[in-house]
Design a protein around this ligand. Structure first.
Ligand code: ADP
Ligand code: ZN
Ligand code: ZN
Length: 747
């Protein structure tokens, strides 16, 4: 008779969505535990799965239980805390456990990738002066290799391939040395370190730490107090741009590392990882301290595997990365930093639709760890949690160098002549900066050349056939593209509806801004950065480095370049259309506009020169512009929170979006209504307000009709079991797709 500990419960990584019981093969009991990646029979297939529990729930008799085939990775790919997190996420975000495990564990690890083996060489002990002299005379190339290796005190074992590349010698030179017994060669596991030699100058300044300012010291000691007390704590570090938040994070990190703790550091964008990694490596790694591992979706499979393994085996204790790094299997996790916590990029817009910041807080709770959320413009959700004393607040209100915030000019574009892209004020100031050899950044919300194709005679607007949204004109290849589904058409020379030749482009995009800026400043070096020009993996970093080195005068881009970047020579920032987001049907539009204003103005004048910001708007009197111009954070927050409270929007209630889509409009509408009829009472009884079903603002995408339902609830955890159960029980038409988005970003 087998004992219970000889069985496990496994969640298969494909299909099913629930755990199954298996026996552990004889002799493997010691190696299999919670979080092991195993291979096992499922039906007549072989599947990969994760052990989520030791023992089983007694559903099968021992004799009829199948046996695992084996172990796929020697180390646990998820830790026990990860399993708990996955369980919570599956419930909260209404998805399958296997869908969570799939984003938690990188594909390369799931597929059983192994560590790469490489040939390494070391200098033999018998090398002495005589041998060296002989070598220098008879084999100068071999001598050069030996001399190079002798000169590098910090490292004694070298990848063979690296030496061949660095010294540009042929492999036979190394072979010769090995034959003579002067080099010893062996195979070792090698590591693929992302950005290992990619950090270029200017990006990577070794800092040993400054004397903290009074504010920084106060914040650091307040956070340290929580650390000393131990257990779960959340701190909001609310510091204006340039107030030295990163320095505070680094002090706390140092304490945590000294106590043997592990750290996750989240940044909102993949593009921001290299500079953060550079800063942290300069502080920790370069002085022989702990290894800093990079984690994000742009790594190669090999790099990803190595990063995961280094963390899972406890070899590395610090990981920096975009949202999915929140799942890293860090050992003894004691600190999670979420930088720029307000960023919408933390939300994943596909299943599982989690918010990396919220998962970070929950994970810190599971791990009894400290979570530090940092931002110059914290989200209203986080500020609300400070208000109700769930989070502690530490503020940095002064810039480190005590310099004034930039001067902000608000230009009323309704008074500028006929649909201009640049106001006179902005054009003059650009000219002035160029003469002074200072730099400028121009921000715009949209990509493309001109937003839309419009006929002044009949009012025709080019709209995507599949999505009902306006097509965008791309100048470089003269095509119209839909930004939602990617479909494209050529640009017509006359109006497709009335044949008028007056058809023209309306609005402005980054390409148009770039073109016009080049006309205003013919001698300037102007570079555009947006998702269109930055498709290449390293293009973004290369351009930013060139800009930092002063090789570019004016940078044109979308908000992508507003995030957490630091350019000392930028003294002018132009925000070309501050209120685009105001026209979106989104209750967060004001918050986003205000954040944009504050964030972009933080880009001006970070060196020893004061900065100026020119904000162009058609709504100069709107609250986000007015409060933004004063940099009045508290004023804006109070007014906006009052407004949200009145309408019962987040942060006062959670918002769950339910999308139902399909090709047949009647069917979509019918089932949406049926569903509300079935669950309406049950939800209302649980304190939920339901709105809808209603057609989405963009009713059709890729030929699918879309209906939406909103649930407003004070407590997600309390209604999800009911909602999840109802979803499983409801007989949806097989042609329909329905998606739940908990804590949705948009309305
Ligand atoms: P934030 O993240 O709040 O925008 P940073 O941490 O990037 O600010 O700091 C802004 C600049 O000030 C950086 O160049 C940083 O090296 C420097 N800095 C931070 N703290 C200090 C300090 N106490 N003394 C001098 N310089 C500092
Ligand atoms: Zn027309
Ligand atoms: Zn489309």
């Amino acid at each position: 008779m087998r004992g219970r500990e000889e069985t496990v419960t496994v969640v298969p990584l494909r299909g099913l969505g629930r755990g199954l019981a298996y026996c552990i093969p004889e002799g493997m009991e010691d190696r299999i535990g919670v979080g092991s990646l195993v291979r096992m029979p499922l039906g007549n297939r072989t599947e990969h799965g994760i052990v989520v529990r030791m023992g089983d729930d007694g559903e099968f008799e021992r004799g009829r239980m199948k046996q695992l085939f084996g172990l796929e990775q020697a180390f646990p790919v998820v830790r026990e805390d990860g399993i708990r997190l996955a369980n919570w996420m599956a419930g909260y975000y209404s998805c399958g456990m296997e869908q969570v495990l799939e984003v938690m564990i990188p594909g390369a690890v799931r597929r059983g990738m192994q560590q790469k083996q490489e040939r390494f060489v070391t200098l033999a002990e018998k090398l002495d002066g005589e041998i060296l002299a002989q070598l220098e005379r008879r084999a100068p190339k071999q001598h050069a290799v030996v001399e190079f290796m002798r000169g590098q005190v910090a490292r004694d074992s070298w990848p063979r391939g690296l030496i061949i590349k660095r010294l540009k010698v042929s492999p036979t030179v190394i072979d010769g040395l090995v034959e003579k017994g002067l080099l010893v060669e062996r195979r070792e596991a090698s590591e693929r370190v992302a950005y290992a030699d990619g950090i270029s100058e200017g990006e990577h300044v070794v800092t040993t730490g400054f004397e903290l300012t009074g504010e920084q010291a106060a914040a650091a000691s307040s956070i340290r107090e929580s650390l000393k007390e131990g257990g779960f704590h959340v701190h909001l570090l609310h510091g204006i741009t340039g107030s030295g938040k990163t320095e505070v994070y680094m002090r706390i990190m140092k304490d945590v590392l000294a106590a043997g703790g592990g750290i996750i550091f989240l940044v909102p964008e993949v593009a921001l990882t290299p500079q953060t990694v550079g800063r942290l490596r300069a502080r920790f790694e370069a002085v022989g301290g702990d290894k800093v591992v990079v984690w994000h979706s742009h790594l190669s499979d090999g790099e990803r595997y190595d990063a995961w393994r280094a963390l899972a085996t406890g070899e590395a204790k610090v990981v920096v990365g975009a949202r999915s790094a929140v799942f890293a299997p860090v050992e003894n996790l004691q600190l999670i930093v979420v930088d720029e916590e307000h960023e919408p990029a933390y939300k994943q817009e596909e299943v599982p639709r989690y918010n990396g910041r919220d998962v970070a807080v929950y994970r810190a709770m599971i791990n009894k760890a400290l979570c530090v959320l940092g931002s110059a413009t914290p989200s209203l959700e986080t500020l609300h949690n400070v208000d109700i004393q769930k989070y502690k607040l530490d503020r940095l209100d002064k810039r480190v160098d005590d310099r004034q915030l930039p001067l902000m000019h608000v230009v009323d574009m309704r008074r500028e002549k006929g649909g201009k892209v640049f106001s006179q004020l902005l054009a003059d100031k650009l000219q002035d900066r160029l003469e002074k050899k200072e730099q400028a950044i121009l921000f715009l919300n949209r990509r493309g050349y001109d937003a839309s194709l419009h006929c002044p005679d009949c009012g025709f607007v080019a709209v995507c056939d599949f999505c009902d949204i306006t097509m965008t004109h791309h100048f470089y290849d003269r095509r119209m593209r839909c930004h939602m589904c990617g479909s494209e058409t050529s640009v017509p020379s006359t109006c497709p509806k009335c044949r008028s030749p007056k058809i023209r482009y309306k609005g402005s995009g980054t390409q148009k801004v770039e073109t016009i800026a080049k006309k205003i400043l013919p001698h300037a070096n102007i570079v555009r950065i947006d998702a269109d020009t930055m498709r290449r993996r390293h293009a973004f970093r290369e351009q930013l480095t060139a800009f930092r080195q002063g090789k570019i005068d004016v940078l044109v881009g979308t908000q992508m370049i507003a995030k957490g970047l630091d350019f000392p020579n930028v003294t002018l920032v132009g925000l070309l259309d501050a209120d685009i987001s105001m026209h979106l049907p989104d209750f967060r539009a004001s918050e986003r506009t205000f954040q944009l204003l504050v964030q972009v103005s933080g880009r001006a004048g970070r060196g020893d020169r004061a900065g100026e910001v020119v904000v162009q708007t058609y709504m100069p009197a709107s609250p986000p512009i007015q409060f933004g111009r004063q940099q009045d954070f508290d004023g804006f927050t109070k007014e906006e929170l009052d407004h949200r409270k009145e309408f019962g929007y987040p942060p006062y209630r959670h918002l769950i979006h339910h999308l139902i889509r399909g090709q047949n409009q009647e069917k979509v509408e019918f089932y949406a209504k049926q569903w509300v009829q079935q669950v309406g009472k049950g939800l209302q009884k649980r304190g939920v307000e339901i709105r809808g079903p209603a057609p989405c603002p963009v009713e059709r995408i890729q030929n699918m009709f879309r209906y939406q339902i909103w649930y407003f609830t004070p407590n997600v955890g309390r209604i999800m079991p009911f909602l999840n159960e109802q979803r499983r029980a409801f007989k949806w038409d097989p042609e329909l797709i329905e998606i739940i988005d908990v804590d949705a970003q948009h309305l």
